[in-house]
Design a protein around this ligand. Structure first.
Ligand SMILES: [Zn+2]
Length: 63
């Protein structure tokens, strides 16, 4: 299955969930970033720091 991973801030996490669901037809998994990742990761929808990673896999590869 294709892996879809989206990073989102508090405001855009529901949009990310919607998009992962639409793109994969699978139930999305939402995980929170740890502090170090949070500081270096930007939301896919705005310039804010991302807080959540939404994907269609149990352990998304975050690098
Ligand atoms: Zn955002």
């Amino acid at each position: 299955m294709e892996t879809v991973t989206k990073k989102a801030c508090e405001t855009h996490v529901y949009r990310a969930l919607d998009e992962v669901t639409a793109e994969t037809a699978a139930f999305p998994i939402m995980e929170t970033l740890n502090k170090a990742e949070e500081l270096s990761t930007t939301c896919d929808y705005c310039p804010q720091a991302a807080i959540y990673v939404v994907s269609n896999m149990q352990s998304p590869p975050i690098s």
